[in-house]
Ligand binder design. Structure first.
Ligand code: MTE
Length: 328
């Protein structure tokens, strides 16, 4: 069966990322830091000040696109309503451990493969059951939206997690702008398709382009964000530049990257992973420690960067915001 051939996040994390590979990478970075070599010298110099990632010199982050017409809007003001129960993940770690199958099924390889990916000019088409169908230039859209920074936990279905400062705007603000019709019950989102720039898209066992969906109640929940920045600057390519979804109470596969189309529809849309492996990756994907994945437990998670294990929280700890959506 297709999925048995795949590597990466369909298989248990301990198989996807052998511990020795992971540790070797950390040792490599530490060694560079100790000798102060090259561009990585500034990377190792990253510090957390007041929960923010601060760097003293030139950009240490791989995958950062050239500054766009809206680059000056970062960092945006932080919304203090959303607080963390754990330290922020080191930016250098988050930037080198990514699920983005369009580039590679190997998390540690993605950031090395994004260089040719062009994230400007970029357009986002809004279509379907909507009063104002429109195609936005990404910078026009960003200028019209209220950008803010939020610290969120982020839990992958593979049982690793991170805590990062996203910058973006509530989807509710976007919905108010484009005005879906009352017949729209779901919001469907689609990623770009460009196998020349994204080598993983040449693997035609996947139903490219990546596609996802939310109910309108989920999309307009106050937690749901369209994200255009991370760690106080524009989104890096490997995190889904120039615009991605972040829904922190759901497993990470719902948070679709590099969106080019947003469609309002009446029926529950199929999704990329539920099409490939329906038994393992359902439409809802709400984080729940008591419901194991068919092939591994979801009771605990590994914090990338420190490898600390923590109990997984129901709805990833965001029950006060979202539990009402799922009461029957
Ligand atoms: N979006 C697209 N287009 N392609 C992908 O492969 N992977 C998903 C999600 N969005 C994915 C995607 C998965 S499985 C996870 S865990 C998160 O992106 C990872 O986000 P990060 O790399 O920013 O941590």
């Amino acid at each position: 069966m297709l999925i048995r051939k795949r590597r990466g996040w369909e298989i248990p994390e301990r198989l996807a990322t052998p511990e020795d590979v992971y540790l070797n990478r950390r040792q490599f970075l530490r060694a560079l830091g100790a000798t102060g070599l090259g561009v990585f010298g500034t990377l190792i110099g990253c510090q957390q000040v007041d929960g923010r990632s601060v760097t003293e010199a030139s950009p240490p982050v791989p995958g950062l696109p050239p500054p766009s017409a809206t680059a000056h809007l970062y960092p945006a003001k932080r919304n203090e309503r959303f607080t963390l129960d754990r330290p922020l993940t080191d930016e250098a770690v988050a930037a080198r451990y990514n699920n983005f199958y369009e580039f590679s099924p190997r998390k540690e390889r993605v950031y090395r493969l994004v260089e040719a990916f062009q994230t400007r000019p970029w357009q986002v088409e809004v279509t379907g059951l909507v009063k104002k169908p429109v195609t936005f230039d990404i910078d026009d859209l960003v200028r019209r939206m209220p950008l803010e920074e939020r610290l969120y936990r982020f839990r992958c279905v593979e049982a690793w997690s991170m805590a990062v400062p996203w910058t973006g705007f509530p989807i509710k603000a976007f919905v108010n702008l484009v005005e879906p019709l009352s017949s729209a019950k779901y919001m469907r989102m689609v990623t770009f398709y460009n196998p020349e720039q994204a080598v993983g898209m040449n693997d035609d066992t996947f139903p490219w382009p990546y596609f996802e969906g939310l109910t309108m109640a989920e999309a307009t929940n106050e937690l749901a964000l369209f994200v255009t920045g991370i760690y106080g600057h524009e989104l890096t390519k490997q995190h889904g530049a120039p615009i991605r979804l972040v829904v922190p109470w759901k497993y990470g596969y719902k948070s679709i990257k590099s969106i080019v189309r947003i469609e309002f529809v009446e029926q529950q849309p199929p999704t990329f992973w539920s099409t490939l492996v329906p038994r393992e990756y359902d439409f809802w994907a709400n984080v729940n420690p008591d419901v194991p994945h068919p092939r591994w437990s979801q009771a605990t998670e590994r914090l990338i960067g420190t490898n600390e294990r923590r109990p997984t929280l129901l709805y990833n700890g965001y029950g006060e915001f979202v539990a009402d959506l799922y009461r029957t």
